[in-house]
Write a protein that binds this ligand. Sequence first.
Ligand code: C2O
Ligand code: CU
Length: 639
Amino acid sequence: MSTATLIALDQILFVLVAGLWAAAGGFALTAARRPGDAGAARRTSLVAAALCAAAIVVTGLRVLVTVGLARAGWWFVAEKVTLALPLVAIPGLTAGVVSLPRLLRGVPSPAVAFPPLVAAYGAVAGVVCGVIVSYPVTVPAAVAVLTLFTGASAITWRVLRHGRAVDRWHVAGTTVLLIAVVWAVTASWSGGHLHEGHGGSAAGTPVNRLLGPRGENARRFTLTARAATVRLPSGQTLDAWSFNGRVPGPVLRVRQGDLVEVTLRNELPDQGVTIHWHGYDVPSGEDGVPGVTQDAVRPGGTHVYRFRAEDAGTYWYHSHQNSSVAVSRGLFGLLVVDPAVRSPGAPAVPAPGDHTVALHTFGQLTMSLDGAAPTDRLATSAVPPGTPVRLRVVNTDTLPRTVGLAGVPFTVAAVDGGDVPGATELTGRRLHLAAGGRYDLAFTMPEGPVLLSADGHPGLLLTGTGTGAATAAPPVPASGPLLDIATYGSRTPLPGHADRHITWVLDRTLALVDGVPKLGYTVNGKAWPHIPTPVVRQGETVRITVVNRSGSTHPMHPHGHHVQVVSRNGVPAGGLRMDTFDVEPGEVWEVVLVADNPGLWMSHCHDLAHAAQGMEFHLAYENVTTPYDVGGPAGNHPA
Ligand code: C2O
Ligand code: CU
């Protein structure tokens, strides 16, 4: 059974166990209170015994599921082993030894009902535990769970002994218990960091001094954020936010080695804007994160970004202010850096077969070819047979997409901008593309047509221009098995050692999100801005273990760096470089990051709604500070 299945099963058993123990206790109590009617009391007692036995069996199942989960890693079971299971298993065992024989003999008493009731409280405490405790288990959270359990058990004991529930001492005791629980829970949320949410250093180089170079011969672009309307061929229209009136924004195409200078103007009426260069490892001060590397550009304002285009490949840019809204509404575009050195005789940029494909949801899944208006219909393009084709597929959505290419064998020539060494040829395979991720698909145009599909829907049809090309039947969307990208290509050497080890345990837990307690998306049990900031030193090799305890996929995206994938679920990976990697429910990824780009960086889930509900945090370098604040007068709101 997969870890994700075990997690789901555990959640079902949780509730079942609580229900069975509560029912067993309830029937035992009813039987004890029917001394007048011996026959009825005996029958009820037997029902209680049966429920008790069932509860013991299901509790045993929970123990087995936990053992199974423990094999995937301690992160998945820490709170179960230390809290949730003992609270139900110990009273459950007592019920089996003390209560069950008496219930079977039909000699119930209120005291006999006590162990099953306590087991029920333990099971409920376990359910509470699943909501408020993640990994690691914290003392305040444990105190909250134990207080609830002990309080309920003590009150029950008193009631069973004395037969009455309410007196002044009870009221006082219950009040104290509740205060203790509330205190413990809120204490487990609080952060206590320097400079809300930033962590890291109190003194050192301010991040806004870590800037790109200025120069005369820069490639200059202006991106103006303004309102626009998206009209899809199907007739649907949507109010969008655009760069330069275009959705997606213009494809910025530069040559490796170029100095890039982008002036951002904001003409949106009441929405701040920034530009983040997704996957491009720019100097930290150019990273475009409001409240961290700059203030959001207010309506009417401007901001200039500068960086040297050191790496070739396919990247994208998007606003990072209220990004969960801004990106989905259209404030994004593609960035393509052509390699500085091309093979002799290579055509000018962009080569005829070189296309960008942005996948984005505007009401429905759309595709934008080479920065043109998005379409929800099949797009076509004629490519002469024999042309080397490179399709730069970018997922600008918040959900993963399944990409397929039919009609030709192809390679995944690049992942997240970087070339894949030893990329082998694939036929009919489908690819899982993380939200924010990019694949460059390369092939030589055949005589017949080639079909690019997303989630099984035809997207782009490349037609040959040879004789009969127009009449050839278009291929059906690829339906072959999914490629495991982590093991694709030849092995890339990994750094031999790690100077530091960081763990990100992703979960869905009750946490303080925007000051309000709710079920948020948490990292190590906390939500932004309370997630402790890992601090690294320049030059260090950092090993990051990413564990997904939740039921949803999290495309993790560390800014300013690429990571190399070491392993996935314990299976060694090929060392592929990625900047956005999908950690699916129950998965454990080991990646390494070389701390070679000093700054104060954001790391977050690129399901931007998850980021907005807590799943964003920092990676800080020693001695880097920021003068900016999240919130504040500038209204900085990165997610
Ligand atoms: Cu595209 Cu902070 O990310
Ligand atoms: Cu997520």
